[in-house]
Design a binder for this molecule. Sequence first.
Ligand SMILES: [Zn+2]
Length: 269
Amino acid sequence: MHALRTFALSLALIAAILQSACTEVSGTGRSQFNILSVDDELDLGQQAYVEELDTAKKAGHRLLTTGPEHDRVMQVSRRIFDAANRMHPEIARRFNWEMTVIDDPKTVNAWALPGGKSAVFTGLLPVTANDAQLAVVIGHEAAHAIARHGGERMSQQAALNVLVSAGFQLSEADPGTQQAVLNALGLGTLAFSRNQESEADHLGLLIAADAGFDPREAIPLWQNMAAAGGASPPEFLSTHPSENTRIQRLNELMPEAMAVWQAAKAAGR
Ligand SMILES: [Zn+2]
């Protein structure tokens, strides 16, 4: 088939998929392109969880089941998952939330996979000065799962692959399309985009506040995280523009988060 005709058909196909695969992000209402169903994400997340924990064990890291580090993470994450279920019932209540503590003191990181399977590395714990700061990190990761950022990323990548295999020539596209494709190409790694990071900061802060944690701790937390950066920056720092921009945004969100926190305290949380 002629390349141009193939390309035109591919565009029509993508347009059709875009229309049928648009969902709204819970809590922000942002329109999102996602060709995966929630059930797809639950399956993929479960598979990835088994693989990730297996990889950690093969690297010699224990998966903690007792002790103060384990107990601290479990107590905080239980409250975060409960708050996520309260605030985002339609999506979060379908998840099988689960937390594992990986005994890896050199890794300052945490993650939540699509569907809610999560992990905290013990290296994160000394960087989080108190439970509220730990709650902000776990809330941020839980927010990625609730906002279905993993499925969105995979969908963008798949759409890009269709374009490339149809002989898409970037130089011939209009500037708007060029920018969209370059943005998608920039997502070639597993890292989330800046927009997704900002959205996770926003939703995560509100979840932590609803769980009864002081949202103001988000500011010193991200300062601690920036200082702890170094050779392998944590997931949530790697794609951020700058610490100052992030803290400025968090300050703008603080009145909303404080109202949620006050209501949570009044409700006994
Ligand atoms: Zn993140």
